[in-house]
Design a protein around this ligand. Structure first.
Ligand code: AMP
Ligand code: MG
Length: 424
């Protein structure tokens, strides 16, 4: 009999696997093997579909544009009437304005006044822009040098009937809902949204509205998680703060797993701190603990509890966000039905700061990408890089990615940056 493919099993089969120093890329790869995207389909009207993931291709029921039409204000003419060596005088037989086409057929020696978007009359094959024509009474003079078919948008040149307008797996953006409505389509098939439950763990945490006692701090992870999950268009289920108490944690894990597709926790996954979390998760599901070779964001737990995916993130606020961007984003997008998953724009710019970096882990330092008065871009670091300093994420607009083997960085060195805006 085949052994079941579980995270642990998959890992034991991986050749170069070291749970104490898991490369970021490897962690993404292993997790990706267990992600079965949502398959439930709903119908959403075009406005409500903004941000939702298409469950079917949108096929164009029409030619776009529907008719040959003019790209300019000017005159619709028969190219055969024009002269190659001089002026021709044509009779203006009528007009074709956007929404009010010329009803007749253009005869020899005739022109029709036409405005941008106006339907090209039968018989006409060329548009002469008004700057190249001289009108007088009901006649117009047109010179030489016009190409047949110029300034004319052909029916179906944007999209032909039956052509795929938008592909399954796309999350609809403003341009896309505009395109859908341009096809006269009022409703599209989308996947149901991913349900994500999350809670913070820690005896030191209090929520807004409570007075922190000695050694206590306000919970921030639930708020950054709420923000990031909402931006990814997930349905969020905020389960609050759970004390470091085995019975309370067990109840929270079970409730979350029953209610959601994905369970995310922060805090309490570092070694030694709370071995009971490990024991608990081993009892409730199938969970592996990794130390990812990244900074910040070293400890990570991943697995399944009941029918839900489980991600145990570290407690430090910056670690939560970095782990989310680097590992959770792609996993959640895949589960949501996104296909392909848009890569986060990453490129090289000179770094104006000097950066401290020890070889051994991939670092995601927080940076500010900016351009000078000449339009030349560079990046500087946001100051202190401790994994508890959430202000560094708030000030940053990019990660500076320093590869594993990289040491200190001197000013002027080219570094990889990854933009934060628009990717979550
Ligand atoms: P832990 O992973 O539980 O050992 O937590 C690591 C650090 O992150 C500790 O300083 C915690 O106080 C802090 N921390 C854990 N959870 C949160 C949270 N939800 N909000 C803010 N800080 C947190
Ligand atoms: Mg803790």
């Amino acid at each position: 009999m085949n052994e079941p493919v579980t995270p642990k099993h998959a890992l034991s089969c991986a050749d170069d696997y070291d749970p104490n120093s898991m490369p970021v890329e490897k962690a993404r790869e292993v997790i990706a093997r267990f992600l079965e995207p949502i398959s439930t389909v709903e119908r959403a009207n075009v406005r409500a579909a903004l941000g939702r993931v298409l469950a079917e291709d949108v096929i164009s029921p029409l030619d776009v544009p529907a008719h040959d039409n003019s790209a300019m204000d000017g005159y619709a003419v028969r190219h055969a009437d024009l002269k190659s060596d001089g002026d021709v005088l044509l009779k203006v037989a009528g007009s074709s304005f956007a929404g009010a086409p010329y009803q007749g057929t253009l005869g020899a020696g005739q022109a029709v006044r036409i405005m941008t978007g106006g339907v090209v009359p039968r018989g006409a094959d060329t548009i002469v822009m008004q700057e190249h024509a001289t009108a007088q009474d009901d006649q117009v003079t047109i010179g030489k040098g016009h190409k047949q078919g110029q300034n004319l948008r052909k029916a179906g040149e944007d999209l032909a009937v039956g052509q795929v307008a938008l592909k399954r797996g796309l999350a609809l953006r403003p341009a896309d809902i505009g395109l859908v409505s341009s096809l006269g389509i009022g409703e599209v098939a989308v996947y149901r949204r991913l349900r994500v439950a999350f809670f913070s763990t820690g005896d030191e945490l209090v929520s807004i509205g409570s007075q922190p006692g000695a050694g206590q701090i306000f919970d921030s992870n639930r708020y950054t998680l709420y923000g990031m999950l909402t931006r990814l268009n997930c349905e969020v289920l905020d389960m609050g703060v759970v004390r470091d108490d085995p019975a309370l944690l067990e109840r929270a894990f079970s409730e979350a797993a029953a209610a959601a597709d994905v369970v995310i926790t922060s805090g309490g996954v570092s070694v030694g701190e709370a071995d009971f979390v490990k024991e608990l998760l081993e009892r409730l599901g199938e969970v592996v603990f990794w130390k990812i070779a990244m900074k910040p964001g070293r400890p990570l737990a991943y697995g399944r509890i009941g029918g839900a995916h489980f991600f145990g993130l570290p407690g430090n606020p910056v670690s939560v966000m970095v782990t989310f961007y680097q590992i959770m984003r792609d996993a959640l997008l895949r589960l949501s039905g996104r296909d392909p998953i848009p890569a986060i724009p990453t490129f090289k710019v000179p770094c104006v700061s000097s950066l401290k970096k020890a070889p051994g882990r991939t670092e995601f330092q927080r940076g500010i990408l900016e351009s000078d008065e000449h339009g030349t871009w560079s990046v500087r670091v946001t100051g202190e890089q401790g994994s508890g300093i959430l202000r560094s994420m708030s000030e940053a607009n990019c990660f500076i990615i320093l590869p594993t083997e990289q040491g200190n960085v001197t000013p002027g060195t080219m570094v990889d940056v990854q933009v934060l805006e628009g990717v979550i």
